[in-house]
Design a protein around this ligand. Structure first.
Ligand code: CA
Length: 747
C-alpha cells in the first residue's frame, strides 16, 4: 500500500475509536426491546427446588466480609474494594476444567457493566436501562425483576449508553440508582419498591445516574454524571430506612451571587478565578467511585472533570478549580470534608478521578500504612495515606505526555508545555477515555500488585472554533459543552495523521510502590473489561474481542479462555455455593459506540461489531459443559446511496453530526455494534429521517428528538453527510475507490 493509504487506515481506526462522544443515538434497526418476561404460571411450574433465603446484611456483616469468602457482599467484594477473591478451587492447575455451568439471556443488546452482589445463594445485579434482577445463583432461575421504567428519551442525557454498574444490598433492601436520577429502595425478597427519591437538584440539566450506590451506617450514598452536558457535581447521603436526605456535599462552587452551601465551597471558590463556570455547572461529578472506610468512618469520593473541559473558560484567571479531579475524604456521618488530594489541578483534558478506589494496609518505606489506591484517567497511579491524604506514590502506569511527572515535594503534576493545545491542536496521551477508566482493577496486597485494564488512547485536543473566533463559549443546553473542537475533529485527524499515536490496550500487573510492571500483556483492542484476581493465582478479564481469559498472575500467561462472541466491559466476580466455586460475568459492550466505532488495523475489530452485542449473564464452574450458540458474522453491507446534496451542505452536516450524533453513532458514521449504524439505514428509514431526528419518532427506543438543539436545515445536512459517508465506505468496500473520504471540510 502507498503510505497515504496505510495512514488513512490508521486514521479511520482512530476516528472509529475516538473517545469522545455523544448525545442521543438514533435507534433505527438494531434495537431489541426490553426483556421478554417469563409467564408467571410457567415459572411456578418449573420452580420445584427450594429457593434460597437471604440472610440479614448489616454493617458488621459487610465489615467482616473476609470471613465469608463464598459471598460477594458489596461492589468491590468487601468495603476495601480490592476485587481479589480468596477462593482457590479454580486455580492454575484446575483451570483447564473450567466450563460454562449456565447462562441467562438478558434480552438486551445494550451495554452491561454491573458487578453482581452474591449473598446467601442469590445474585443481585443490574442490566441496561437500570433494570434490577434477583436470581438463584446456582440455577439462574429468576426470583424477581424490577424495571424502573426509565423513559427512552433519557438515553440522550447519558454520555455513554444506558448503563448501570450495580446495586447495594443492605438490611433486607436492594438499592439502585436509575438512569433518570432516582434512588430506589426495593424489598430484597420480592423486588417491590419501598421508597424512591429524586436525587437531581436541577431537572433542566442533563444529569444521569449510572453508578452503584454504597451503603454504611444506615445511609445510602449516590452521586451522578453529566459534566459534558454542563452540570454541577455533588454526592448525597440518604437514610437507608426512609430515604430522607441526611447530607449533601457539592464538589464545585455554584453561582457566586448565592450563598455557599457548606464551608468547603467557600474554600473551593477561591480557586476559581474570573470565569462563568457556574453557567456550565462547573462539572466535578461523582459518577462512579464512592468507597466507605470503616477504619476512619470516612467516605472517599472520586470527583470528575471540569465543565467545560477547557480551563480558560471555567477559570481564565488560573487556579486549581477545587475539587475537580480530586479524591475527597468525607466524614461518612456528616459529609464534612476531612482532606482532599487533587490529581489534576486546573483540569484541561477530561481527567476524572472517578475511577475505582481500593483500600489496603501496605508496607510503604518500611512502615505499615493504611493506604488508598487509584489509577485515574490522567495516567498516574496514586498511593495516598488514608488518615490524612498524604501522597506516598504517583508513578505513571501508562504513556503520559500531558505532564512529565508528579513533583513529590509539592504533590503536583508538572505539566508539559509542549502539549499546550491553546494555540495549536495537539495529540495528547491519555485522551478523554483515560489511561484507565471505570472498568474495575483488582489489588493483590500479598503480591504487592494491582491488575489494571490500561490503555494508551490519544485524542487530538484543540480549542473550539467558536471559542477561538469569539473568545467566548456559549452554554448550549442539550449538547456537549466542552470548549474542545469536535465538529471538525475528523479534519483535525486527517491534518495531523503523521503525529498520531496508535491506540493500544493492556492488562498490566503493576507495582504501585516501584511504578514498575511485573508484567504487561498487549490486547489487540484498547477498550476492554474490568478485572478480577484470586488466590488461585489467576487474573480474569473479558476483552473487546469477546474472549474471557484467565491469566497466570505471576507471568501474565493466558492459561484459559472462552469465546463469548461479545465484547465485555463488566468485571468478572467469583463466589462459592455448596462447595462449588463459580465465576460470573455480564457480557455486552457499549459505553460505547461512542468509544468503539468500527476500527481498521492496527486496532482489531471488536466482537460486538463482528457478531452482535449479546447481553448475557455467564456463570462458569469446574466441569461445566453448557455452551452458548455460535453466532453468524453480521451482514454489514452498505446499501447504495443517492447523495443529492452540495459539498457545502455535506460539510456543514459533518460538523453538526460530530457535535451531536457521533457520541452514540460513532465518528465518521462508523458505529461500533450496539447502536444502529446509520450507513445501513433502509430507504424507509431515510424517508422519515427528519421526523426521527427532530420529533423523536423513536424516542421510546432511546432515540430522543433533537428539535430543541438542531434545526430542520441541520437535520437535512446531517442526513446528507450520513449518505455521503455511507456511499464512500460502500465504494471503498467494493474496491471502487482507493480511499474513503472522511472529511468534507476543506479548511
Ligand atoms: Ca467526562
Amino acid at each position: 500500500f502507498p503510505t497515504r493509504r496505510s495512514s488513512d487506515l490508521r486514521l479511520i481506526a482512530l476516528v472509529g475509536v475516538l473517545a469522545v462522544v455523544v448525545l442521543g443515538y438514533m435507534a433505527v434497526t438494531n434495537e431489541t426491546s426490553g426483556p421478554d418476561l417469563q409467564d408467571p404460571a410457567q415459572m411456578s411450574e418449573v420452580s420445584t427446588t427450594v429457593k434460597p433465603t437471604l440472610g440479614f446484611i448489616d454493617d458488621e456483616r459487610i465489615k467482616n466480609a473476609e470471613s465469608e469468602p463464598g459471598n460477594w457482599l458489596s461492589f468491590g467484594r468487601t468495603y476495601e474494594e480490592q476485587r481479589h477473591s480468596p477462593l482457590t478451587q479454580i486455580n492454575r492447575e484446575s483451570i483447564e476444567g473450567l466450563g460454562l455451568a449456565w447462562y441467562k439471556d438478558m434480552g438486551t443488546n445494550r451495554a452491561q457493566e454491573a458487578t453482581p452482589i452474591v449473598v446467601d445463594g442469590i445474585m443481585f445485579f443490574t442490566s441496561s436501562w437500570s433494570r434490577v434482577y434477583a436470581i438463584d445463583a446456582k440455577t439462574g432461575e429468576e426470583l424477581w425483576m424490577f424495571d424502573p421504567k426509565v423513559p427512552g428519551e433519557v438515553a440522550r442525557k447519558a454520555c455513554c449508553d444506558v448503563v448501570n454498574r450495580g446495586v447495594a444490598v443492605y438490611k433486607g433492601r436492594v438499592y439502585v440508582g436509575s438512569l433518570d436520577g432516582r434512588l430506589i429502595a426495593l424489598d430484597a425478597a420480592t423486588g417491590e419498591e419501598v421508597w424512591e427519591v429524586d436525587t437531581i437538584i436541577d431537572r433542566t440539566r442533563f444529569y444521569t445516574v449510572t453508578g452503584a450506590p454504597r451503603v454504611a451506617n444506615g445511609k445510602v450514598f449516590i452521586g451522578n454524571g453529566g459534566a459534558e452536558f454542563g452540570v454541577r457535581g455533588y454526592v448525597t447521603a440518604y437514610d437507608a430506612e426512609t430515604g430522607e436526605q441526611m447530607w449533601r456535599f457539592y464538589t464545585v462552587p455554584g453561582d457566586p451571587s448565592l450563598p455557599f452551601e457548606h464551608p468547603e465551597m467557600e474554600m473551593a471558590a477561591k480557586t476559581w478565578k474570573g470565569g462563568n463556570w457556574w453557567e456550565f455547572g462547573g462539572g466535578g461529578t461523582v459518577w462512579n467511585t464512592i468507597v466507605y472506610d470503616p477504619d476512619f468512618n470516612s467516605l472517599y469520593i472520586g470527583v470528575g472533570n471540569g465543565s467545560p473541559w477547557t480551563r480558560i473558560i471555567r477559570s481564565p484567571g488560573g487556579g486549581d478549580n477545587l475539587f475537580l479531579s480530586s479524591i475527597v475524604a468525607l466524614d461518612a456521618d456528616t459529609g464534612k470534608m476531612k482532606w482532599y488530594y487533587q490529581t489534576t489541578p486546573g483540569d484541561n483534558w477530561d481527567y476524572t478521578a472517578v475511577q475505582d478506589i481500593a483500600l489496603a494496609d501496605m508496607e510503604v518505606d518500611g512502615e505499615m500504612r493504611k493506604v488508598l489506591l487509584q489509577a485515574p484517567k490522567n495516567g498516574f497511579f496514586y498511593v495516598l495515606d488514608r488518615s490524612d491524604g498524604e501522597l506516598l506514590r504517583a508513578n505513571p502506569y501508562a504513556t503520559v505526555t500531558w505532564a512529565s511527572h508528579v513533583d513529590m515535594e509539592t504533590g503536583r503534576p508538572v505539566e508539559n508545555p509542549d502539549m499546550d493545545y491553546t494555540e495549536k491542536a495537539k495529540w495528547v496521551l491519555p485522551g478523554p477515555l483515560g489511561a484507565h477508566n471505570w472498568q474495575a482493577m483488582s489489588v493483590d496486597v500479598d503480591a504487592g500488585v494491582v491488575y489494571i485494564p490500561a490503555q494508551d488512547n490519544p485524542l487530538i485536543y484543540g480549542v473550539s472554533e467558536q471559542l477561538k473566533k469569539t473568545g467566548v463559549l456559549k452554554h448550549e443546553p442539550g449538547r456537549w459543552n466542552t470548549g474542545i473542537e469536535f465538529g471538525r475533529v475528523t479534519k483535525m485527524f486527517v491534518d495531523n495523521i503523521a503525529d498520531q499515536p496508535t491506540p493500544k490496550g493492556y492488562l498490566k500487573a503493576f507495582d504501585p510502590l516501584t511504578g514498575k510492571d511485573k508484567w504487561s500483556v498487549e490486547i489487540p483492542h484498547y477498550w476492554n473489561g474490568g478485572v478480577l484476581s484470586s488466590a488461585g493465582g489467576l487474573v480474569f478479564q473479558g476483552d473487546a474481542l469477546g474472549m474471557l481469559k484467565a491469566y497466570d498472575s505471576d507471568t501474565g500467561e493466558v492459561v484459559w479462555e472462552f469465546n463469548t462472541y461479545t465484547s465485555m466491559l463488566a468485571p468478572p466476580i467469583t463466589f462459592e455455593l455448596d462447595g462449588v466455586q463459580y465465576l460470573s460475568i455480564l457480557t455486552g459492550s457499549g459505553g460505547g459506540d461512542l468509544f468503539g466505532g468500527e476500527p481498521l488495523p492496527p486496532v482489531a475489530e471488536h466482537a460486538s461489531l463482528t457478531y452482535n452485542n449479546y447481553g448475557r449473564l455467564l456463570v462458569f464452574s469446574l466441569g461445566g459443559t453448557e455452551s452458548i450458540p455460535v453466532p453468524s458474522v453480521r451482514d454489514r453491507s452498505i446499501p447504495a446511496q443517492v447523495v443529492n446534496a452540495s459539498v457545502t451542505d455535506i460539510a456543514a452536516g459533518e460538523i453538526v453530526y460530530n457535535e451531536v450524533c457521533a457520541v452514540c453513532h460513532g465518528l465518521a458514521v462508523r458505529s461500533g455494534g450496539s447502536i444502529p449504524d446509520l450507513r445501513r439505514m433502509s430507504e424507509g428509514t431515510h424517508e422519515i429521517f427528519n421526523q426521527i431526528v427532530l420529533e423523536g419518532l423513536l424516542s421510546a427506543r432511546g432515540m430522543a428528538g433533537f428539535g430543541d438543539t438542531i434545526t430542520e436545515k441541520d437535520s437535512t445536512q446531517i442526513h446528507a453527510y450520513v449518505r455521503a459517508r455511507a456511499e464512500q465506505d460502500r465504494l471503498y468496500a467494493a474496491g471502487e475507490v482507493e480511499l474513503p473520504q472522511l472529511t468534507w471540510l476543506s479548511n
